[in-house]
Ligand binder design. Structure first.
Ligand SMILES: C[S@@+](CC[C@H](N)C(=O)[O-])C[C@H]1O[C@@H](n2cnc3c(N)ncnc32)[C@H](O)[C@@H]1O
Length: 441
């Protein structure tokens, strides 16, 4: 056996092993092995070692995507993440329980208050509280509720201390001097008709109003009435396949002439269309043949869908107009509105208020109206209320008071967590059940 001596301080570098391991290792080599001073003997790295080296290299990478990808795969991170995930899971579990508890308490309170309202025993505070729980407070309601809360002596859910209290209304449309008084705009629109489309096109394109008009018109079905149709800007979104008849109404003759022209061009073969010049406030008289003497809303023409776009802001009496719509609606029919009014934020309302006069002069409309107040005062029941453009564009679907909601109109929360939803469904089912054969003939 040949013994090799490996020079001190060199051997481990060449061979790649600590010095004390070098001799036994070398003793296994054949007798012809002659170590070369510059030869590097490399141990083959395992797959795991190579992967680890690559990961470490990537963790130092200048490319943040590579670096963070490597960090996310590192053992330290994944172990830490497990802890975070367990923590987050516990947090959401606790939060979920808390949320459900609150939801349940809210639904219980709502159930009690609504039962009281139905019996006609709810005081003003309780009526406002119902609106608050339903998320339907208007500005005037918020102001009133805040006053009530200042007056409250007891905490808790006993509101009987307000049984004989009624506070003054804070109507924004009445008290805000920057919301200008309503006026008859017929002459204004007669004069504006020829330039109307050209003026409005750019503004509407910039804020993608076409999508909202499409939304409005997709609700049209059966016998349809379009109020304040103007120059017929909604026509291109109408699907006549779902429409049995369509009636257009506008106070301005000149605006109506443009609608008529456009309609005949777009739908030359559709015969069940009527074009009426008149005011929304006189709708009942118009529906009863122009006479207010024999006004009997129950026998008049009725509609499945009444739509209106940007009309309430130029009506003389928007509340009366909405009340009229309700009178002309068939059971189960819907009023669909696309309107503009006050927004959800102070800064946007300031802009609307500051430019209210200019807007009225240029476009004949009061764009800073509190539409929520108008809707509430009309007594219509709101099925859907969506607001866009910082809350200034209002998309409303409303129904007659007391009509039941359709199944498709009930939201997820209301469907599964709503207090009286079972009853509402039953009412809906009963209303839609085919009557027995005796009643049918
Ligand atoms: C701002 S334009 C909106 C026109 C159209 N709906 C649109 O989306 O472009 C308002 C329209 O409402 C009409 N209008 C104003 N007051 C009305 C009333 N009391 N009854 C019916 N139409 C009215 C005007 O003649 C005008 O055509």
């Amino acid at each position: 056996m040949i013994r090799y001596t490996i020079p001190r301080g060199v051997a481990w570098r060449y061979v790649g092993f600590p010095r004390r391991l070098a001799v036994p290792t070398l003793t296994r080599f054949s007798s012809t092995f002659i170590p070369q001073p510059n030869a590097k003997v490399k141990r083959i790295k395992t797959k795991e070692e190579l992967a680890r080296e690559k990961l470490e290299e990537q963790m130092q990478s200048k490319n943040w995507f590579v670096r963070w990808g490597a960090i996310a795969r590192s053992e330290r991170f994944t172990k830490g993440m497990t802890k975070y995930l367990i923590g987050a899971y516990i947090f959401f579990l606790i939060y979920g329980l808390y949320f459900m508890k609150k939801l349940y308490a809210k639904e219980k309170e709502l159930e009690t208050l609504e039962a009281k309202l139905l019996e006609g025993k709810a005081n003003e505070f309780e009526t406002l509280r119902i609106k608050e729980l339903r998320g339907k407070l208007r500005t005037r309601d918020e102001l009133k509720l805040a006053k009530y809360r200042e007056m409250r002596k007891d905490e808790g859910q006993d509101y009987s201390e307000f049984d004989n209290v009624k506070l003054e209304n804070n109507d924004q449309n009445r008290l805000n001097t920057q919301i200008l008084p309503a006026r008859d705009t017929t002459e204004f629109y007669d004069a504006k008709a020829a330039d109307y489309d050209k003026g409005v096109n750019f503004e509407e394109k910039a804020i993608f109003m076409g999508r909202r008009r499409k939304w409005l018109m997709k609700h049209c079905q059966g016998d349809v009435l379009e109020i304040a149709c103007g120059t017929g800007r909604n026509l291109k979104y109408a699907d006549l396949a779902n429409i049995n008849s369509i009636t257009f109404l506008d106070a301005s003759k000149k605006m109506m002439e443009i609608t008529h022209e456009k309609f005949r061009e777009e739908f030359p073969n559709f015969k069940r269309a009527a074009f009426v010049v008149g005011k929304a406030e006189s709708l009942l008289e118009l529906a009863s043949g122009g006479s207010s003497a024999n006004l009997d809303p129950s026998t008049k023409v009725k509609y499945d869908t009444i739509v209106e776009a940007f009309g309430l802001c130029s009506h003389q009496d928007p509340v009366k107009a909405l009340k009229n719509f309700e009178m002309l609606l068939k059971p189960g029919g819907r009023i669909v509105l696309l309107e503009h009014g006050r927004g959800k934020y102070g800064f946007i309302n300031k802009i609307l208020d500051d430019r209210a006069e200019k807007r009225l002069e240029t476009w004949g409309c009061r764009w800073n109206l509190d539409l929520g107040e108008i809707l509430d005062d009309s007594g219509l029941e709101i099925v859907e209320e969506k607001r866009t453009h910082l809350g200034t564009t209002w998309c409303i679907v409303a129904k007659r008071k007391g009509d039941v909601k359709k199944e498709t109109e009930v939201g997820f929360i209301e469907k599964y967590f709503g207090s009286s939803i079972k009853g509402k469904f039953e009412a809906y089912e009963n209303a839609n059940k085919p009557k027995d054969s005796k009643n049918n003939h």
